[in-house]
Ligand binder design. Structure first.
Ligand code: AMP
Length: 126
């Protein structure tokens, strides 16, 4: 079954230039911008420019060039934000997928968060 992409999701609108964003870095295949509600001193979202709903959609269906471009931009963000292990103190990178992952925006994105100790990986509720 194919992934069902919604062209009106907020990140699609950012990519079309309809909504402003605070860009951190960009290349041919991906865009990185600051999260509007940061959960850490540095909280950047990295998104592919292609129409991918989620991590599994991107991993299964993106081209090798798109995947490489996306990953390289993640590395650039970590360096620029000073959280890379090349001189920095580290970061957390997470992606949420679908209802159980509590994904709010249905365009694949990776959260890169750092600038403080991020604590336990998950805080579970019943
Ligand atoms: P997720 O729950 O993984 O889908 O996360 C969606 C993230 O997008 C949240 O952390 C929001 O704060 C963030 N967000 C929503 N709208 C915007 C926007 N216009 N610009 C930047 N970040 C946004």
């Amino acid at each position: 079954m194919a992934f069902d992409y919604d062209d009106n999701n907020i990140f699609a609108r950012i990519l079309r230039g309809e909504i402003p964003n605070d860009t951190v870095a960009e290349n041919l295949h991906a865009l990185a911008f600051r999260d509007i509600a940061p959960k850490a001193p540095s909280h950047v979202l990295v998104i592919p420019k292609g129409r991918y709903v989620s991590f599994d959609d991107f991993a299964a269906n993106a081209s090798a060039e798109e995947i490489a471009g996306f990953m390289r931009l993640c590395a650039e963000v970590a360096r620029k934000e000073g959280v890379s292990l090349e001189g920095g103190n580290g970061f957390r990178a997470i992606t949420n997928a679908g209802p159980d992952g509590v994904q709010e925006v249905p365009h694949f994105h990776l959260h890169i968060m750092g600038g403080r100790m991020m604590g336990p990986m998950l805080s579970l509720r019943d």
